[in-house]
Design a protein around this ligand. Structure first.
Ligand SMILES: C[S@@+](CC[C@H](N)C(=O)[O-])C[C@H]1O[C@@H](n2cnc3c(N)ncnc32)[C@H](O)[C@@H]1O
Length: 573
């Protein structure tokens, strides 16, 4: 009711202003007030939650979704959070943009598949295309479309011709979401996206540039986007992760979500060939030869710039893809064309190898067993530039320390399965043979927290908690977190024992030492490191050192491995 009334009043205000100040000014006033109405709508739905930390009402689109919520806070539309606040924001934007003295732009609504600009007419196309299957943009747009159409539809008729936001040509892979999107699967996305990129290529001069922003945590999404770019005559020459999101954004947990959006920098292939004198058909052997060199040169530069983790992997895509996409096709000796998917497997491998060299600071990472390499690379992928200092709880990693026997296990470090598989493959490791380290469930893979590896590392004896009076039933076996809450509990769960079976791999031995430290078994730890000779191995300490740099701060793992390292001297190493 309030929104409808505001919409009516906005139309009236526009009309009056047009009569008094001319049509153009009236249209401006009406449009700005309609923007404020959009903000008011954003604060007036039953999805607005109370944000207790800041004591305010949070708006509907804290993230690009309409999630189910249990309760909502209702805003008084005439309050400062309501209409007044909405107008205030619009005023601030108007003021800032007029101070910036920008030259006026032209906005037109058109499909990217058919852009209303002549061929070879622009020096740059800069676009933020849809991110594969991540967001149903047009559906979400309908939340605002109706209110805009009512309040300002008469002023911008050409923008509001349809009943709801246009959806038919929207390039999104949403076939899994609803029957109406049945045809919009991965190949549909790639084909439409290629058409859109080709149309951008058409309007761009040969000497021009294309910038495509992309963010996606699914490797499938990346392959589709990159495939579309290559097919449509662009050469990808660089990729830069740029922070485009406001810090407080609600982020998805459990995932290696990007800290930034990757900007893919492209050049028209025609223009590129002229300058680089390349031929249309690339030789697979040459491409494979050049790839590792490219990554090797690029990685240290990224590290210098503070680009680490998943961001660095994606930042390597540009240079890696330049090697591949400068040809319209790359062929093997047999004449068979190499698919982008196959090339990307090599890219992940080359990136993993370089990243590990950085993680182990020049030490030959191949000296470590696959489990250590996988762990290091996994943690590195999850790193974000501020992960070592971030303590605001807005970390991508979920580390569940409320180990409750009834709850599904959710701790550990999660990656999308496909990304994990590619990393493993790049390192010559197989997830299937590392079930004591990684758990795969659906499309998620979880690097087990060290506490959950106790059973594997110590065998049955240690895992069995000794029952004593005063403690009801059995304590969840691997529940070190409970064990560590007090020394008494630790006594109950951990009997003073020597480690009967030394871990098979360096990683296993480091984890054993971490657990002994965690369980306050000082004597056992000393025997393990000194008498059993585990500490004699330089690799043991090198890996512990690398892990200390990789485990996110605030995690038990970080504390435990640092605890172990702090005793190195004391143990005489
Ligand atoms: C990543 S969003 C852009 C967000 C924008 N940069 C912003 O900050 O609001 C991608 C947009 O492309 C739109 N889109 C998808 N297919 C399109 C097509 N064929 N033509 C034009 N736009 C399309 C989506 O509906 C969505 O609004």
């Amino acid at each position: 009711m309030a929104l409808s009334t505001f919409a009516k009043l906005i139309r009236e205000a526009g009309d009056r202003s047009a009569r008094e100040n001319g049509a153009e000014f009236g249209a401006g006033v009406q449009t700005c007030l309609a923007m404020a109405l959009g903000r008011l709508a954003d604060y007036s739905s039953s999805l607005c939650m109370w944000a207790p930390a800041g004591e305010f009402v949070a708006h509907t689109f804290g993230r690009q979704a309409l999630p189910m919520v249990w309760d909502f806070a209702e805003v008084n539309p005439l309050s400062d959070t309501g209409w007044n606040g909405a107008c205030e924001w619009v005023r601030r934007v108007l003021e800032a943009t007029s101070e910036a003295k920008l030259s006026p732009g032209v906005v037109a609504q058109a499909s990217a598949l058919n852009q209303p600009l002549p061929t070879d007419s622009v020096d740059a196309t800069i676009t933020d295309p849809p991110y594969y299957s991540a967001i149903p943009y047009a559906d979400l747009s309908d939340f605002f479309y109706g209110w805009l159409k009512r309040s300002v539809g008469t002023v911008h008729r050409e923008l509001f011709l349809s009943e709801t936001a246009p959806k038919d040509e929207e390039c999104v892979a949403l076939s899994h979401r609803a029957a109406m999107y049945r045809q919009k699967d991965a190949s549909w996305f790639e084909a439409r996206m290629a058409e859109a990129c080709a149309d951008s290529r058409r309007i761009t001069r040969d000497s021009g540039i294309g910038v495509y922003v992309f963010a996606n945590k699914e490797t499938k999404g990346w392959e589709a986007m990159l495939g579309a770019l290559i097919k449509s005559g662009w050469v990808i020459t660089a990729s830069w992760p740029i922070d485009t999101e406001r810090g407080g954004r609600l982020r998805a947990h459990n995932s290696a979500a990007l800290a930034s959006s990757v900007h893919l920098i492209c050049r028209p292939r025609t223009g590129f060939e002229v300058s680089k004198n390349a031929t249309e058909i690339g030789n697979w052997r040459d491409v494979l030869h050049e790839l590792p060199r490219r990554i090797h040169d690029w990685m240290p530069r990224l590290a210098q710039e503070g680009v680490v983790g998943a961001d660095a992997i994606f930042a390597c895509l540009g240079p890696a893809l330049e090697v591949f996409s400068r040809y319209s096709v790359v062929e093997k000796a047999s004449g068979e064309a190499v698919s982008l998917g196959e090339y990307l497997e090599h890219v992940w491998a080359a990136v993993a190898k370089e990243a590990l060299a950085l993680v182990f600071e020049g030490a030959d990472a191949t000296g470590f067993e696959p489990d250590a390499r996988l762990t290091a690379m996994w943690l590195w992928t999850l790193m974000s530039p501020d992960s070592s200092s971030n303590s605001e709880g807005d970390n991508e990693l979920e580390f569940d320390d409320e180990a409750d026997g009834n709850k599904p296990k959710t701790g550990g470090f999660k990656l999308e399965y496909d990304a994990a598989r590619k990393i493993a493959q790049g390192l010559g490791a197989h997830l299937e043979s590392l079930t004591h380290l990684v758990e795969v469930s659906g499309d998620q893979a979880r690097l087990l927290p060290v506490s959950e590896r106790t059973k594997h590392l110590f065998g049955k004896d240690e895992e069995e908690p000794a029952r004593t009076t005063g403690r009801k039933k059995s304590v969840a076996q691997l529940d070190l977190f409970v064990a560590l809450t007090g020394s008494e509990d630790a006594e109950i769960i951990w009997k003073e024992k020597t480690v009967k079976r030394l871990g098979e791999t360096t990683l296993d031995r480091v984890h054993q030492a971490m657990i002994l430290f965690a369980a306050a078994r000082g004597e056992a730890l000393k025997r393990f490191v000194v008498e059993d000779g585990v500490g004699q191995d330089g690799k043991f300490w090198r890996l512990a050192q690398a892990l200390s740099a990789l485990y996110p701060s605030g995690t038990d793992e970080k504390r435990w491995v640092d605890g172990l390292l702090a005793r190195k001297k004391q143990f005489g190493f």
